[in-house]
Write a protein that binds this ligand. Sequence first.
Ligand SMILES: [Zn+2]
Length: 119
Amino acid sequence: MLKATCHCGNVEIAVPELPGHLVQCTCSLCRRYGALWGYYTRAQAQVSYDPGSVTAYAWNDKVIEFYHCKTCGCLTHYEGIEKTPEDRISINFRMFSPDVYSELTVRTFDGADTWKFID
Ligand SMILES: [Zn+2]
């Protein structure tokens, strides 16, 4: 297991292994966050926090929720409003030490326009 937390330690993240690559997205939200996404299923990745200690931001068609720690503000993950074990959860690898993911390729997804990888 690879483990990380938000800055204050409230949100704990555990994933079984590194993803094949990380993704930076050009959409209007991700470019502001500066997040590096690693994708898992909800069955694979564990994200835990005290009830009520995070806030979720949904925009546009509101099918995706971006989760932030209410104490330190860190963006830890996003997931769809559907929450079965098979549904995707996207972990913000900025929560991990850079040593953990420094070897990984970072792909750029053009979420602002074409919805294709542009690397
Ligand atoms: Zn926090």
